[in-house]
Design a binder for this molecule. Sequence first.
Ligand code: AMP
Ligand code: MG
Length: 576
Amino acid sequence: MSTSDLLSLCLFSYVVFLCFPYSGAVYSKSKECKRLDIFDIILRDKCPRTSILQSFKTWRFDRRQVLATTFPLDLILQNYVRQVPKCLFSVVYPIPLKTETSLVSYSEGVLNDILDLSDHVTTTKEFVDFVSGSWVLSSSVPLSHRYGGHQFGYWAGQLGDGRAVMLGEYTNQRGERWELQLKGSGRTPYSRQGDGRAVLRSSVREFLCSEAMFHLGIPTSRAAALVVSDDPVMRDQFYDGHPRVERGAVILRLAHSWFRIGSLEILAKNKEFQFLRQLLDFVIENFFLHINTTGKDKYLELYSRIVSDTAELIAQWQSVGFTHGVCNTDNFSLLSITIDYGPFGFMEDYNPKFVPNSSDDEGRYSYEKQPDVGVFNLEKLGEAIKPVLTQQQQKQLPHILKGYESIYKDKFMKLFRQKLGLYTDKEDDENLLAVFLKIMEDTKSDFTMSFRELGEIDLLGLKTEAIPQNYWSLNTMADHEWFWKWIIIYKKRLELEGTTEKRRQSLMNKTNPRYILRNWMAQEAIEKADRNDFSGVNRLLGVLERPMDLDPEAERAGYSSRPPEWSKSLRVSCSS
Ligand code: AMP
Ligand code: MG
């Protein structure tokens, strides 16, 4: 740490200490205030990071909290809803839940591989209190981020972390730096009309989906743990005048960075150009290491990278039928990872017009529109970057954005070729895929299972025009008049591969998941969790951690079967 870093940290800690005299230990208003034992502090500072920790008491955030010491902070330290000018973060302490909290689930992978913690810590009260927001580590400088965004096409002004606080940064044994956030931890200056809380229903969905996406190989934020309380949180789930009390929950979630397109937009809109430049430089220096930080085109290079990474991310979403639901610019990460899981959905019957969010009346964020929405959001990113560019450079923005389409298409075709078990690249593959999808659409067949079953079935063994009964999705497709013709063309195409049936099946079964997070599966787990039975959430997590592997228990639960009739009426909305 340099002398100036140390000075700024000391000055900052002093300001925080003046306003939060207990911040050196634990901050809790409504619960009994618990202080960290001095021995814990000594232990923590000496704690070597060479092994997985068995006790959470000795875990600590990085000594230097980079965000808090790099960026301008809100000068007002009281936590009340307001417009917050000229800063990137406000210091905000989580507001503890009032009732007892229970740990619903945790991700073993996140704990062991990212946080260097053993599973044992989850049995401790400290860990549950940490995730609940009632125990704030002394090494923590909790921050809520000020950002803006375009929502459903319109500039919405200041949004910000209305129910999230970034507890701190952690650099793990592998040298990876992670930002840990609580979501649902109470009001912040950015809460607007909201209560700062998150309900169990949406929290289970975010928890499971972040982990499911990671295990599908799709860039995403991660979820470490989820707790639930008996704190009443009122929600009108379908905005139809029927509010009901739900249970407040908190997720501990992680990302290398939580900066979004909206983080830059608010600085540009408010003409805070010095901070805009500072944030851009920070993002380049920390996350885009190949960009020359002294190069005169560094901001254009950054733009170009975000354009291509976003195009690739959306192609990955399409490849598993994932539909985000709320693709506003405040929900689009500068690192092009999937963030802010709300009313998302995995498409079941193949329908390009699939809209998971029942509040999205116009279908702005349907499955088929996601690639175009990417362009819209990247245009907004370009507008936000403009103030730091020369006029000549500004003219480059549309040219860079033009590249999006071909990057998207290339990635999309690469992924879908793999989904069809093709190793090589032939001109007619687009048609081959288009016809397969068209048959799926006309017969309302399941997107996930049609690809999966095509990979599982032995094409050489198909002597007559009949699909065995247990391939339920392919069976639906086989009703289409084109199906068997398509199979013949597909077999011919496979011959050009010069590969074996075994190799085709192996590629397809490594590519096409058997288990995705279907609404009905999440719903069952949520209803059980609401009754304090967390087995459904944990069982689903276990299955979604290995989405390609046949799992007898998952089969018995019907996770790869035709979705039950009752699931057709399930709806999800923005209310969360
Ligand atoms: P989302 O669409 O969930 O990403 O949220 C959009 C904005 O609304 C963000 O600024 C959130 O922090 C804020 N927000 C959503 N729900 C709440 C809530 N219950 N309390 C406070 N702010 C919220
Ligand atoms: Mg959001």
